[in-house]
Design a protein around this ligand. Structure first.
Ligand code: BTX
Length: 328
């Protein structure tokens, strides 16, 4: 498995040039016959490989379908996603991640699916997870922090997603507290953080993220036509989902490490830079109440600060924000 990964890395790094069989065999410490067998296996996986005698091998095209190989060959993380599960079709990557975590999966384990049949958001709301179009992924984390700080990981992950979108897609996305990513006023991505904890100890946290990537307008379900969007719809370009996954995992790892070392205050400025509708009046909904208030920002611990017409400030740890356009 790791030889396969090294092989793909060598070939992928050479781009369009050929890599000689001799060089592959020296670097991987395997025979020429073994290399040939690996090439056949890669072709089975959907890689198109050209082999020319005396020149060597090169990758002509990567598989359309995502695979662990194509995600991991250019993944430059230290711990996040080094252990990875890829599934064609699942009910929800969250469910699989919970199961793996219960069975003892390592901190940093990642579950990716091409399609979810029962993708879910908060409060059991459904998350549309069409086959082949988006990133449907769950991360297993085992942070040594108090359980009440887990929501800060949602904010940190949101920051990471906006950074990836800016770098890779040149798209300036905004974060709607606490867990949504918006692009041009429509929902592009969502984060679902779930936790297993006992008193003061986090056993594990699952960060689920759904990012709409290559949907065109007709792919968006009727009920979401006015509220959802994709990178493709907004930028006009398609993106290889693997590349986005590689980058977002790298961003999350960087932000997470900083968060663990320096606390949430290290993440807060980045969050503020990407925050949506700060200073504007929105409708705030809690379990029993609904009122208009100005979004002031977040506290040092990530809680939301809102201010009503009389100037009275309130700190919210769990709430929904809405605005007149009727989003959500
Ligand atoms: P949320 O509760 O904030 O948002 C859910 C709401 O968003 C839905 O009620 C609907 O209005 C809208 N919605 C549904 N699907 C989409 C979509 N594809 N794009 C835009 N808007 C949509 C947000 O919850 C958190 C979603 C996390 C999804 C990931 S995917 C990987 C992992 N597995 C899983 O089952 N959930 C997470």
């Amino acid at each position: 498995e790791s030889t396969r990964k090294k092989l793909i890395t060598l070939l992928a790094n050479a781009k369009d040039s050929f890599v000689s069989g001799q060089r592959l065999s020296e670097e991987l410490h395997i025979s020429r016959a073994a290399i040939w067998k690996h090439m056949k296996a890669l072709e089975q996986e959907g890689y198109q490989i050209e082999g020319v005698s005396r020149k060597g091998y090169r990758i002509v095209s990567f598989p359309d379908k995502m695979s662990i190989n194509t995600i991991q060959w250019d993944l430059h993380t230290k711990w996040l996603g080094q252990e990875m599960y890829y599934k064609n079709q699942v009910d929800s990557t969250q469910t699989i991640a919970h199961q793996l975590a219960r069975e003892g999966a390592d901190h940093g384990t990642v579950v990716v699916a091409d399609e979810q049949l029962k993708g879910r958001g908060r409060l059991h709301r459904p998350w549309d997870s069409q086959k082949g179009k988006g990133i449907w992924m769950s991360l297993i984390l085992r942070p040594d922090i108090e359980p009440q700080r887990a929501p800060q990981l949602t904010l940190a992950s949101a920051v990471s997603i906006t950074r990836m979108l800016e770098k890779v897609c040149q798209a300036e996305a905004k974060i709607k507290w606490p867990n949504d990513i918006f692009l041009n006023d429509r929902k592009l991505a969502g984060i679902l953080t779930e936790m297993q904890a006992e008193q003061d100890l986090i056993e594990y946290v699952i960060i689920g993220m759904g990012i709409n990537v290559n949907q065109v307008q007709e792919d968006i379900p009727l009920s979401l036509q006015d509220i959802a969007t994709s990178v493709k719809i907004e930028t006009g370009s398609s993106f290889q989902r693997e590349a986005l996954i590689q980058d977002v995992l790298k961003e999350i790892e960087t932000v997470y490490d900083q968060f663990m070392e320096e606390g949430f205050s290290a993440v807060k400025p980045y969050w503020e830079k990407a925050a949506y509708r700060i200073g504007e009046t929105v409708t705030v909904k809690t379990r029993n109440l609904k009122w208009d208030a100005v979004l002031v920002g977040i506290q040092e611990d990530g809680a939301l600060i809102v201010e009503d017409q009389s100037g009275k400030r309130e700190i919210l740890y769990s709430a929904e924000i809405d605005w007149k356009r009727g989003i959500k």
